[in-house]
Design a protein around this ligand. Structure first.
Ligand code: 9Z3
Length: 403
């Protein structure tokens, strides 16, 4: 039976073992025709196109999935970045986790900013018999909502934004491979912005329980048809004397093969720009891990961020000088974030600051007009995307000169 590819297997072989192990996602043919038409349209228009990935990937524990492992990502980074790419004239394929935040609607879709709170019912008109008044946007939100609505409608009417979704890690990888290959005709006009929080671990299909994992013993007559018995490595007891009616769930995950290699070396169009994100929680590790990823995959940029400060600072780690460059929202413009820890801003850079005087800091070198989010404060993506577009422009120009 096929399993997860061994670490030492050549990467292209590991790829086929992985993909041959799974049926393609049901939506893939539909996504393929939508993406092909979208990409061809923008190739004809000679427009740059960015693939933004966004949100978390699930790791199912059962084939007929009741339970799965997930992560924290709501897709804020991806959805917000997509808007700023559109503003910069890019066409955007937004490959997102289903039901995560979407560009534009994100401003009104979550529980702290529910769209219903922005609306009211006006009194019924005196000339009509109806008791129903027209629905209106509350006067204090009219300007904000009109602005978002206009930008949304512009993107839609001009065919600038294609939304495609995934749920599981396997679906994500199938979609990524498909889209990267379809983007071939874009050449250097293609940009990959991999902000999705992709699981590092998964359960190979042949080791996955078919049915819902049972938490208690079934009568012997029924358990034959179940694959979640004591011998099942995903459910079972470790104790010498297990409780009679309940089981422990032991989950044994394999590492997901490193597909960034294949994206860089096979799937993505030659000359295109590839940007990945590195997420850490330990400030001492962030820059090191971002540098390691850049060396390992030989792509163009790793954007490092800490879970606790990701809305206020990121670091651009590049193969060329300045190698490490911090982008920060000025203190007075930082949004209040429920999960963020403001005291940790700067911690991942502190060591370097002591060591080297020439390292430029950061709040000052963001020369752009900052842009305020609807919930107040500057969105860091309004600083990240213009900087990134400059780097992409340099690559496009270089490709145009044939070097
Ligand atoms: C990121 O680091 C994103 O910035 C966040 C955004 C997931 C932190 P939110 O959705 O969060 O706005 O709440 N994405 C990439 C994380 C990741 O999985 N990176 C891999 C890694 O760190 C490499 S591709 O190993």
């Amino acid at each position: 039976m096929a399993t997860a590819p061994p670490e030492e297997m050549p990467i292209a072989d590991a790829e086929s073992v992985y993909f041959n192990n799974y049926p393609p996602p049901k939506n893939l043919p539909k996504h393929e025709s939508l993406a092909r038409a979208f990409i061809n349209h923008h190739v004809e228009e000679k427009r740059r196109l960015v693939l933004v990935t966004s949100g978390g990937t699930t790791v199912p524990l059962e084939n007929q999935t009741v339970r799965f492992i997930d992560n924290f990502s709501a897709g804020t980074r991806g959805a917000t970045s997509a808007e700023y790419f559109l503003e910069q004239g890019y066409a955007v394929i937004f490959l997102h986790r289903q039901f995560s935040l979407l560009p534009y609607s994100r401003h009104f879709s979550h529980s702290t900013n529910c769209f219903l709170d922005f609306m009211e019912e006006a009194p019924p008109s005196s000339s009509s018999d109806s008791e129903n008044g027209p629905l209106m946007v509350c006067s204090e939100y009219q300007d904000q909502m009109r602005d978002v609505l206009r930008r949304y409608r512009y993107a839609k009417q001009n065919n600038r934004l294609l939304l495609l979704h995934f749920t599981t890690i396997v679906e994500y990888l199938f979609e990524l491979r498909l889209l990267a290959k379809l983007m071939y005709p874009l050449g250097a006009d293609a940009l990959f912005y991999l902000a999705a929080a992709v699981s590092d671990f998964f359960i190979p299909r042949d080791r996955m329980a078919e049915h819902k994992i049972q938490s208690s013993e079934l009568p012997a007559s029924m358990s034959k048809s179940q694959d979640s018995e004591k011998s099942d490595i995903y459910t079972g007891t470790n104790d010498m004397e297990p409780p009679k009616n309940s089981k422990k769930l032991v989950i044994d995950l394999d590492p997901v093969p490193k597909f960034l290699h294949r994206l860089v070396d096979g799937w993505a169009p030659p000359g295109s720009m590839i940007v990945s994100f590195k997420l850490e929680t330990d400030p001492n590790l962030l820059v090191y891990k971002a540098q390691t990823a850049l060396k390992r995959y030989s792509h163009h940029l790793v954007i490092g961020n800490l879970l606790s400060t990701r809305k206020w600072e990121v670091v651009f780690v590049t193969p060329d000088p300045p190698y490490e460059r911090w982008i920060r929202v000025p203190k007075s413009k930082r949004s209040k974030s429920i999960s963020g820890v403001e005291d940790q801003v700067g911690l991942a850079e502190v060591k370097k600051l002591h060591e080297s005087e020439h390292l430029q800091n950061t709040e000052a070198h963001t020369s752009h007009e900052t842009q305020d989010g609807i919930t107040g404060g500057t969105e860091i993506e309004s600083l990240i995307i213009p900087e990134l577009v400059k780097l992409h422009s340099a690559m496009v120009e270089k490709a145009g000169r044939g070097s």
